[in-house]
Design a protein around this ligand. Structure first.
Ligand code: AMP
Length: 598
C-alpha cells in the first residue's frame, strides 16, 4: 500500500514523500482511511515507533478548512518534548500547505509569547495538559470550533496526574467533536475517559498492547571512554548477522565512526544531514537491500528510516533526552520481531542511563563486552553458515571439478574442512590475537578512576611530567628511563613512578632535577620521532585534564585502529582481502597525522 491510496489530499501525500516515508506503517494504513472517511471516535493502542503521529496527524491536517482561521484540531500530550516533536512532525507533513498554522503550548516556557502566537491564529494547537488548561481558563485558547481532539500517550498523561486537566480540556471542546485517543496501555483510567467522552469508538491495536517494548531487550555495556569504538566493534563482531543502526550524537561523530568502521573492513555507511539527498537515498537503498549491515546515523537523519526488521539499535553515545532514546530504540523490535537496543555507558553516563530507564520503564540488562573467545566462536559458526549458503553454479564449476578434486586428493574430509574454514578464520584470529580485555563493571570503573586520580598527583618531593608517547608507540618503562637519562643527562635513580598509557605517559623525577627535564624537553625523541614533554602541573585536577586531552586527541586510539585494521582488512574478504600493503601504508599515514596533531 502507498500513501497515494489512503485518501489524503495531494499536498499531504507530497509532504510525507518528501520526508522519505515510502509506505504507510500498519497503524497508518489502517487508521488513516478510517479517520478520513468517518467522523468517528477512535482508540489506538500503539507506542512510539509505530508511526502513530502520522496516523492521527495526517487525517487531522486533512480535515482543516483553510478558509477558517479558527482552531479546528487540538492534540494533548504529556511532555514539552513530545509537544515540540508533534508540532515539528505536523509542519513537516504540511510543507505543501503553507497557510497552515500549528502552535504548541507547554509548561515551563513564557506564557505571554504563547498567547501572542495563539492570537495570530492556530488551526491546530499541540499542548501539554497543565498549560493548556491555564490558557483555556484565561480565554486565550478558543476551542468552540474544534472538530478533532487527540489525546496522545493518554496513559502517560494519567500516570502524571493530569486526570482533571484532561477532563477540563475535553469539556471545553464541542460535544460533536471526534476524540482520538492513543495509548500504549489500557488501564482503567484510560477506559474511563473513553467511556465518558467517546461514543462507540473504533478500536485498533498495533501488534498488541505494549508489544513494542516487550519486543525490545534493552542492554548496556559499561565501558571506559577510550574503549568506546573498540567496544562497538566487538559487539558487532559478536553478531556476524547484525542488521542495525548505530546512533551518534553529531554529524561529525557519525561520519567519523562510519569512516572508521569502513576502514576497518565492516559493511557500514553513514546517514546524516551533511549528505545530499541523492547520497542519502543511495545509502538508504543499499541499507534496505542489506548491502550495508550497519548504518551509522544521526537522530534527525534516521527519522525517515522505514526498515522494519532491524536486529539491533546501538547507542554509540546516549542522547540527552530520554524521549530520543525511545525513538531510537523503537526502530527495532517492529512488526512483531524481536530487537535489541544496546548502549555503551561510561561511569559519567550512569545517571543519564538511570533517567532513561525510569522513563522507558523496562528492565535494562547489564552485559559484559563479549570475550575474544566468544567473538571468535560466533564468527566461526557464521562462516560455516555462510559456506552452506554459497550458491553453486553446477554447469560452470563442473568442468573444473575433476582437476580440483585431483589437487585435493591427499586431504581427508576433516583436513579439507579445517583448511576451508581456516582460510577466512585465521585472519580473524590474527586480528584478535593480542586484543585487550576491555570488559568491565561500573564498580571497577569507579575504583579505577579513584586510583587514576590518586596517581595523577605527584608524590612529595617529586615532579610529575607528561610525555606524548605510550604503549602504542612501543614505549615501555625501560625505554622511557633510557630516554630521560639520555636526553636530560640524568641518573636513573632520580626517576620515580612511571605510568605508561596507550598514547601518552607520565613520569616523576626528584624536584631538584625537574628543571633539568624542563630545560632539555625539546631534545626528547624516540625512534626518530621528537616528543613533547611538559610538566604535569599540581595535583589530580591537571593530571585529569591532561589525560582527558590525550583521549580526546585520540592519536593513540587512531593509530591503534590503523594497526588493528591491518589485521581486520585481511579477514574482511572482498577487495580488502588483498590489501595488506594498503593497510600498512595507511598505518604509515596515521603516524604522520599523529605527529601533526601534536
Ligand atoms: P512515531 O511513532 O509517530 O513517533 O514515529 C516513529 C518514527 O517513525 C518517526 O521517526 C517517524 O518519522 C517515522 N515514521 C512514521 N511513519 C513512517 C513511515 N510511513 N515511513 C517511514 N518512517 C515513518
Amino acid at each position: 500500500m502507498s500513501f497515494d491510496t489512503l485518501g489524503l489530499r495531494e499536498e499531504l501525500v507530497l509532504g510525507v514523500k518528501e520526508l522519505g516515508f515510502e509506505n504507510p506503517t500498519p497503524i497508518q494504513s489502517e487508521a488513516i482511511p478510517l479517520l478520513l472517511e468517518e467522523q468517528t471516535d477512535f482508540v489506538g493502542l500503539a507506542q512510539t515507533g509505530t508511526g502513530k503521529t502520522a496516523a492521527f496527524g495526517l487525517p487531522l491536517l486533512n480535515s482543516i478548512d483553510p478558509t477558517l482561521s479558527d482552531t479546528q484540531g487540538v492534540i494533548v500530550c504529556p511532555t514539552r518534548e513530545l509537544c515540540l516533536q508533534i508540532e515539528k512532525d505536523l509542519n513537516n507533513f504540511a510543507k505543501k500547505m503553507p497557510w497552515l498554522r500549528v502552535v504548541s503550548v507547554y509548561g515551563g516556557a513564557n506564557i505571554s509569547l504563547q498567547i501572542k502566537e495563539l492570537r495570530r491564529g492556530a488551526h491546530v494547537i499541540v499542548a501539554t495538559p497543565g498549560r493548556f488548561v491555564d490558557l483555556i481558563s484565561r480565554g486565550k485558547a478558543r476551542l468552540e470550533h474544534v472538530k478533532v481532539a487527540v489525546l496522545d500517550e493518554a496513559d502517560e498523561m494519567l500516570n502524571m496526574g493530569f486526570k482533571a486537566e484532561l477532563d477540563a480540556i475535553l469539556e471545553a471542546t464541542p460535544d460533536h467533536r471526534s476524540t482520538w485517543l492513543f495509548s500504549a496501555t489500557m488501564p482503567a483510567e484510560v477506559k474511563r475517559i473513553s467511556k465518558n467522552y467517546m461514543s462507540n469508538p473504533k478500536e485498533l491495536s498495533v501488534g498488541g498492547v505494549n508489544e513494542t517494548s516487550n519486543n525490545i531487550s534493552h542492554e548496556y555495556y559499561p565501558i571506559r571512554e577510550r574503549d568506546r569504538y573498540e567496544a562497538l566493534k566487538r559487539v558487532i563482531d559478536f553478531q556476524p548477522n547484525i542488521y542495525g543502526v548505530v546512533f551518534c550524537r553529531t554529524r561529525m561523530e557519525t561520519q567519523e565512526i562510519a569512516d572508521k568502521l569502513m576502514r576497518d573492513g565492516y559493511s557500514a555507511d553513514s546517514l546524516h544531514g551533511d549528505l545530499s539527498q541523492a547520497q542519502r537515498d543511495s545509502v538508504m537503498k543499499s541499507f534496505r537491500k542489506r548491502r550495508i549491515q550497519v548504518l551509522v546515523a544521526t537522530d534527525v537523519a534516521a527519522r525517515g528510516i522505514d526498515v522494519s526488521d532491524l536486529t539491533h539499535v546501538i547507542h554509540y553515545k546516549l542522547p540527552d533526552d530520554p524521549e530520543v532514546y525511545t525513538h531510537r530504540s523503537g526502530r527495532t523490535g517492529r512488526a512483531g520481531k524481536k530487537g535489541i537496543s544496546i548502549a555503551f555507558i561510561t561511569n559519567k553516563e550512569q545517571r543519564r542511563l538511570n533517567d532513561i530507564q525510569r522513563m522507558v520503564k523496562a528492565k535494562f540488562e547489564e552485559k559484559e563486552i563479549p570475550s575474544i573467545e566468544n567473538i571468535c566462536q560466533n564468527k566461526l559458526y557464521s562462516l560455516v553458515d555462510d559456506l552452506k549458503d554459497v550458491t553453486v553454479h553446477d554447469e560452470e564449476i563442473d568442468q573444473y571439478l575433476g582437476k580440483v578434486t585431483e589437487q585435493l586428493e591427499e586431504l581427508t574430509r576433516e583436513e579439507l574442512i579445517k583448511k576451508i574454514v581456516s582460510k577466512e578464520f585465521n585472519h580473524f584470529l590474527d586480528y584478535y590475537r593480542d586484543a585487550r580485555d576491555i570488559s568491565c563493571t561500573f564498580k571497577q570503573l569507579s575504583k579505577r578512576s579513584r586510583e587514576d586520580r590518586g596517581r595523577t598527583s605527584s608524590r612529595k618531593g617529586m615532579s610529575r611530567f607528561f610525555i606524548n608517547a605510550g604503549h602504542l608507540d612501543g614505549l615501555n618503562k625501560g625505554a622511557l628511563v633510557r630516554i630521560i637519562c639520555e636526553s636530560s643527562n640524568m641518573r636513573g635513580h632520580l626517576i620515580g613512578a612511571i605510568d605508561i598509557k596507550s598514547a601518552y605517559s607520565f613520569f616523576e623525577v626528584e624536584d631538584a632535577s625537574a628543571d633539568q627535564v624542563t630545560n632539555t624537553a625539546k631534545d626528547y625523541s624516540f625512534e626518530g620521532k621528537s616528543l613533547r614533554v611538559e610538566k604535569a602541573e599540581g595535583g589530580s585536577g591537571s593530571g585529569d585534564r591532561r589525560r582527558g586531552g590525550g583521549d580526546r586527541r585520540g592519536g593513540g586510539e587512531r593509530r591503534g585502529g590503523g594497526d588493528r585494521r591491518r589485521g581486520r582488512s585481511n579477514f574482511s574478504g572482498g577487495d580488502n582481502f588483498h590489501d595488506n600493503g594498503g593497510g600498512s601504508r595507511r598505518f604509515g599515514n596515521k603516524r604522520r597525522s599523529f605527529k601533526r596533531s601534536n
